[in-house]
Design a protein around this ligand. Structure first.
Ligand SMILES: C[S@@+](CC[C@H](N)C(=O)[O-])C[C@H]1O[C@@H](n2cnc3c(N)ncnc32)[C@H](O)[C@@H]1O
Length: 257
C-alpha cells in the first residue's frame, strides 16, 4: 500500500488521546495478547517481520501478519521518530478506564500511583513491572499523558495488560477505603508483609519526590533501605523493588505463572 494518508494518520495519532501508538513487534505482541483493538499495522519488510514474529511471538504471529499492510521503507521511516528495527508500527484504540471500578475492586492487589512523573521511559518501565507483578492498575497524577507513545515504548505495549490512566486529583482517589501509602526515601523501612494488599502505593517524581500534600494525606510513609551515601533509587527501580517485595511476601495473592 502506498497510501499518502498513513503518514499524517500516524503523526496525528501521537497527539490523539483516544489512540495508542505501538512501535515495534513487542508492543504489538503485548497489545494483541491483552485484547487491544488494533486499527492498522504497517511493515516495510514482511519477510523479516514474519521471521521475527515466528520466533518472538508465535502465539500472535498469524494475527500480526494478517493485520500488517506493506509500505516502502521511506514511508515506514516517516511513521515514527525512531522506526523500530522489528519493522512494524501500529495504531490501536486506547481502552477506557473506569476509575471508580478500579479503586473499588476488592481483589488483594495494590494500585501504583505515580505523582508527576517526568520521564516517559520511566512511566513505561513502571507500567511494565506493574503488569508483571499483576497489580490492579497504574495511575498518574499531574505530568504527562501516561499513554504517550514514549511511555508505550517503555512498557513494550503492556499498557494493555492492566488499567493505566491519569487521575484527575488526589481527592478522586479517596473513594474506596484503599489506604494511601507514600513510598519515600525518608519513610520507615518497609516491611512488605505488613503492606495492605489493596494499598495505593504512591511514588514521587524524579526530581522532587512526593509532594507535601500527598505526604500529609498518606496513612504511612515507607522507604526502601539503601546503603549510606545513596540518596535515592530511580523511580521505576523503586516501583519494581516495592512490588516484588510485596509479591514475594504476600500469602493472600495467587502465585504468578
Ligand atoms: C528519584 S526518586 C525522587 C528523589 C527525590 N529527590 C526525593 O528525595 O524524594 C523518585 C521516587 O522514587 C521513590 N524512591 C526512590 N528511592 C527510594 C527509597 N530508597 N525509598 C523509598 N522510595 C524511593 C520515591 O517514591 C521517590 O519519590
Amino acid at each position: 500500500v502506498q497510501d499518502g494518508s498513513l503518514i499524517p494518520r500516524f503523526l496525528g495519532a501521537r497527539r490523539d488521546r483516544s489512540l495508542a501508538v505501538l512501535e515495534g513487534l513487542h508492543a504489538l505482541k503485548h497489545a494483541l495478547r491483552f485484547g487491544a483493538r488494533v486499527q492498522v499495522a504497517v511493515t516495510d519488510d514482511r519477510a523479516e517481520l514474519a521471521r521475527l514474529a515466528g520466533r518472538l511471538s508465535p502465539d500472535v504471529a498469524e494475527r500480526v501478519l494478517a493485520l500488517a499492510c506493506d509500505v516502502d521503507p521511506e514511508t515506514f521511516g516517516a511513521l515514527a521518530p525512531y522506526p523500530p528495527s522489528t519493522h512494524v508500527v501500529a495504531l490501536a484504540e486506547r481502552p477506557s478506564v473506569d476509575l471508580l471500578a478500579l479503586l473499588s475492586a476488592s481483589e488483594p492487589a495494590p494500585v501504583v500511583l505515580l505523582e508527576d512523573p517526568r520521564d516517559l521511559g520511566n512511566v513505561g518501565a513502571c507500567v511494565r513491572v506493574a503488569a508483571a507483578a499483576d497489580v490492579a492498575g497504574v495511575l498518574t497524577l499531574a505530568g504527562h499523558d501516561p499513554w504517550h507513545p514514549d511511555a508505550l515504548r517503555g512498557s513494550a505495549g503492556l499498557h494493555f495488560a492492566l488499567p493505566v490512566a491519569h487521575a484527575p486529583s488526589l481527592a478522586a482517589l479517596a473513594v474506596a477505603d484503599r489506604p494511601l501509602v507514600a513510598v519515600d526515601p525518608a519513610g520507615q523501612p518497609i516491611d512488605p508483609s505488613e503492606l495492605d494488599p489493596r494499598a495505593v502505593l504512591a511514588f514521587g517524581g524524579e526530581r522532587r519526590g512526593l509532594s507535601r500534600e500527598l505526604l500529609a494525606r498518606a496513612e504511612r510513609r515507607v522507604s526502601i533501605p539503601m546503603r549510606a551515601g545513596v540518596s535515592s533509587l530511580n523511580l521505576a527501580t523503586s516501583v519494581a523493588a516495592v512490588l516484588y517485595a510485596w509479591r514475594l511476601a504476600a500469602r493472600s495473592v495467587s502465585p504468578l505463572a
